[in-house]
Design a protein around this ligand. Structure first.
Ligand SMILES: *Cc1c(COP(=O)(O)O)cnc(C)c1O
Length: 401
């Protein structure tokens, strides 16, 4: 049987919003024999590793490392500062905020959710109302998802800090930066964030499996006042380890640490601010193309206002409901894998096939983004999906800027 020819052979391109493309330097750093976990290079590497992690998050405070994905870090962060029956406030611009709220409920806390839907940023007035009404300071923390990867809405964390300060509300400000750290501006200390949660497999370019919780003195004080904290999630020994084992509550994720070391070297060689600028320009190229496609076609960017769009992921909808078909086409014919729509429609909603996402986080550059956009253009053409003409020129003009 002869198979039909396809243009999918060659190096594939995974353009989903995590896990992101892994740099060769990260892969090569991981391709080695098991190291001694009791002495030597790996053990000696740790102080520099945590210092360099903190530089990415822009914090002078503490970091705890978990052998877990982002969901694990969500729970770890909560377990240290939120006791059962305490309440958290969760402003939501997408599926991931709901997920973190569910995690809080899972440890016995109450989560009060303010739902701004699936394409709108936080409405600060409504958050202010909720905080003002909380005269007894029932809210012990506000769970703030910086970039909600499902909707690609990026929310304004400094504005939330300003609001808490203005109302003199003592709740901890806890930020989920899993989709933004290492992609766009995030400054834990300057922004007054008390707890920051992130994972390895997005802007940090390392395989999924390790995650990080950064916390400041105010959060450490709340931790110290907790009736108890589950031993595995407890961040205190991880941040102040007497021995190497304590960093991880057991055996270290040896190869992830080597990969992370290589990724941090790349990040600090390029410069964190240069990385933010790169992501911004590449995102603007993507938006330029999407806006042209959408002019006369059925493609629609999920977030209308550019100032609330993530620089790391773009959620899109096709009115013709051909989002799934487009993904399948680019994957089968080009070796280009686009992201699924996430949390935008229920499984029985006929619109579920309308949504898809472009991941543009981490290890990517101008030619990859132009290839990504060219691949989408080919798919729109092949599937007779109406679209405005000139999208690639518009993107190239941004890249050429
Ligand atoms: C990816 C992501 C998560 C979940 O991380 P996992 O590693 O998949 O558990 C949570 N929040 C945000 C904003 C994310 O992008």
């Amino acid at each position: 049987m002869t198979r039909s020819p396809t243009l999918a052979h060659g190096r594939g391109y995974l353009a989903i919003p995590g896990p992101s493309v892994m740099p060769d330097a990260v892969l090569q750093a991981m391709h080695r024999a098991a190291p001694n976990i009791y002495a030597g290079e790996l053990v000696e590497m740790m102080p520099g590793l945590t210092a360099d992690l903190k530089r990415v998050a822009r914090t002078q405070h503490q970091v705890a490392i978990y052998i877990a994905n982002g969901h694990g870090a969500w729970e770890a962060a909560l377990a240290n500062v939120i006791a059962p029956s305490e309440t958290v406030l969760v402003p939501a611009s997408g599926r991931f905020a709901h997920g973190w709220a569910e995690m809080a409920r899972g440890i016995g806390a109450e989560a009060e959710l303010i739902d701004f839907g699936k394409s709108a940023p936080w409405d600060m007035d409504r958050i202010a109302q909720a905080l003002r009404a909380d005269t007894g300071h029932r809210f012990k923390a506000v769970l703030a998802v910086h970039t909600d990867t499902s909707s690609s809405v990026r929310n304004d964390i400094p504005a939330l800090r300003a609001l808490l300060d203005e109302l003199d509300h003592p709740a901890l400000l806890m930020a989920d930066c899993i989709a933004s750290l290492g992609c766009e501006r995030f400054e834990m200390d300057a922004w007054g964030v008390d707890v920051t949660v992130t994972g390895s497999q997005k802007g940090l370019m390392v395989p999924p499996g390790v995650s990080f919780v950064f916390f400041n003195d105010k959060a450490a004080a709340k931790r110290a006042a907790m009736p108890r904290v589950s031993h595995y999630w407890d961040w205190a020994p991880r941040a102040h380890p007497d021995d190497f084992y304590q960093y991880f509550g057991g055996t270290a994720p040896t190869h992830h640490l080597y990969g992370l070391r290589a990724a941090l070297d790349m990040i600090h060689t390029e410069g964190v601010e240069n990385i933010w600028a790169r992501h911004q320009q590449l995102a603007e190229a993507i938006w330029a193309a999407c806006e042209v496609w959408g002019e006369t076609g059925d493609l629609c960017l999920n977030v209308a206002d550019r100032s609330y769009r993530s620089h790391a992921v773009t959620a899109l909808r096709l009115e013709s409901r051909k989002g799934t078909a487009l993904r399948e086409w680019t994957d089968a014919h080009l070796g280009l894998t686009l992201g699924i729509g996430l949390g935008m429609a229920a499984p029985d909603d006929p619109n579920r096939d309308a949504y898809f996402r472009l991941g543009h986080m981490g290890h990517l550059n101008g030619h990859m983004v132009l290839g990504l956009l060219g691949g989408v253009e080919a798919g729109l053409t092949a599937l007779d999906i109406p679209h405005g003409k000139g999208a690639l020129e518009a993107a190239a003009a941004v890249i050429a800027r």
